[in-house]
Design a protein around this ligand. Sequence first.
Ligand code: HEM
Ligand SMILES: N[C@@H](CC(=O)c1ccccc1NC=O)C(=O)O
Length: 278
Amino acid sequence: MSDDAPHAAPAHQGAELNFAGKMAYADYLALDRVLTAQHPRSAAHDELLFIIQHQTSELWMKLAVHELTSARDAILADRLPDAFKMLARVSRILEQLNGAWDVLRTMTPSEYTTFRDALGQSSGFQSWQYRAIEFLCGNRHHAMLDPHRHRADTLATLEQILASPSIYDAALLLLHARGLLADPTRDWHDERKPVSAVTDAWATIYRDPTRYWPLYELAEKLVDLEDYFRRWRFNHVTTVERVIGLKRGTGGTGGVSYLRRMLEVELFPELWQVRTHL
Ligand code: HEM
Ligand SMILES: N[C@@H](CC(=O)c1ccccc1NC=O)C(=O)O
């Protein structure tokens, strides 16, 4: 007798089917709002892809900001196992964002040009959540506040992040607390050159991982994070070159030339430098 015989119990037997007056899936997830927030400005077929790609990225970035903030607080409170879980999750989020480029890459330059004009001067350069992630990771370029001066609420959020320690600041404060680093402060406005005392502190840890296991694990979690972040930057610039070549960006930068320069950003420079010293 086959399973779909008329008298067989349906597979979904027991599933609630009457949601009048009850919270259902779409209610809990506020899907009415999420799924009506796509407003293409052209008739181009691919604009919906472009919008959804960015909206989903922003949702993942929201989670990344949440995790990075809590991971930073956990490091400050010397709760490293909690921080490790959250940092591992941020790396997986970046991996998720990296995978998403495969979908966007299905859009050809010809298709993109059919709606690029509709984007006006908007650009990912103005993504405040992206800037929050950069700031939380320690790439605290204050000039990046400027595109947000027209929005007091966004500006306040970013300024508050800049006024608090980055995840790397928190790690250096911990090295200080453990007696491995005399001065845990560094001037983040400067060109981000490695500070030799910081490299030395990491070198002490990397030369004897067993003795300093939690700090060693913290360092490797940060390297992992930056590894995936670099891949995101690389995937972005490659997709951009594939789609708009060397045209200027809608945000006003040189486009690919600007994004190539961003490949040189080092979030945790001493953690890369220490490898050469071992
Ligand atoms: C066809 C797809 C894309 C093109 C052609 C493109 C192009 C560009 C260009 C030219 C810039 C430099 C700023 C400017 O002058 O506009 C930029 C920056 C940026 N884009 Fe995209 N982008 C694309 C997709 C994405 C996606 C899917 C995201 C994910 C949210 C994204 C996020 C960003 C961010 C965060 C920046 C600022 C990067 C920084 O300042 O380091 N872009 N993009
Ligand atoms: N900067 C892009 C436009 C762009 O990509 C964009 C425009 C609006 C919202 C998000 C965008 N994505 C990333 O920059 C361009 O120059 O074509």
